[in-house]
Design a protein around this ligand. Structure first.
Ligand code: SF4
Length: 237
């Protein structure tokens, strides 16, 4: 028996179609859609570009396999962390002027909000934390009594051994009362703005928090054109 000949007989399938259907359904089922109509905004919607969040609420954009995969991978990490730390994610709610901001932080250790994030490059993470991650964790701190945030990045760059042997990295930021107040005001402003643009049915201006956000945004190819017919584009899909 030649093992190589046997191996070459293999039928290759790539993507979700190669998974058993119950696993595929479970992965796809985990990604919830935002509710389109209510005035409840998720922290994760407000920390990203509001134009992208507006489009997500307005149209039923089919999620790509990449979106499902990253979401599922993040869930695996969070579930494992909950198991290790014997702590579940906690929900926070902030209500103002008829609008609700709601979110879930990964864990809290005394006065510190802990957020676990995966990264494909600890090299860049070392330079500074991602701004959307800072805004997210700082919002949770602002809504709770936390005094600092700690963003722990885990290297998910692949299975190749990292020569520097650095797989974990954390950024801790102490927050003053004034900074927490400002963060909350900023998030209230974004929630109100998104609510208004949804009600007026108007496309919001570009508003990424992290300058590199456009590079991995699925809308980047036509976002520069404000007259682009999103409805027609997504209807065709
Ligand atoms: S391409 Fe950039 S500006 Fe446009 S929606 Fe995406 S993140 Fe926002």
């Amino acid at each position: 028996m030649n093992i190589e000949t046997l191996a070459k007989k293999s039928k290759v399938e790539i993507g979700f179609s190669c998974l058993p259907s119950n696993l595929k359904d479970a992965i796809v089922g985990e990604k919830e859609r935002y509710q389109k109509t209510d005035k409840r905004f998720w922290v994760t919607e407000l920390i990203r570009c509001l134009r992208a969040s507006w489009i997500d609420r307005k149209f039923t954009i089919p999620f790509s396999e990449t979106t499902y995969y990253y979401f599922w991978r993040g869930n695996l990490l969070h579930k494992k962390m909950e198991e290790y730390l014997d702590a579940t994610e906690e929900r926070v709610i902030h209500q103002f002027d008829g609008v609700t901001i709601s979110g879930k932080f990964d864990a809290k250790d005394k006065d510190t909000i802990l957020e676990y994030k995966t990264t494909s490059s600890l090299y860049y993470a070392k330079k500074r934390p991602n701004l959307t991650h800072v805004l997210e964790a700082a919002t949770y701190a602002a809504i709770t009594d936390a005094k600092q945030i700690k963003i722990i990045s885990l290297d998910f760059s692949g299975t190749k051994l990292n020569k520097q042997k650095e797989f974990f990295l954390s950024h801790t930021i102490k927050l003053t009362k004034k900074e927490k107040k400002e963060i909350l005001k900023f998030m209230e402003h974004r929630a109100k703005a998104l609510d208004t643009w949804l009600e007026k049915d108007e496309l919001p201006p570009k508003s990424p928090v992290e300058p590199g956000e456009c590079n991995y945004c699925s809308l980047r190819n036509f976002c520069h054109d404000d007259s682009f017919d999103y409805q027609a584009f997504f209807d065709e899909k």
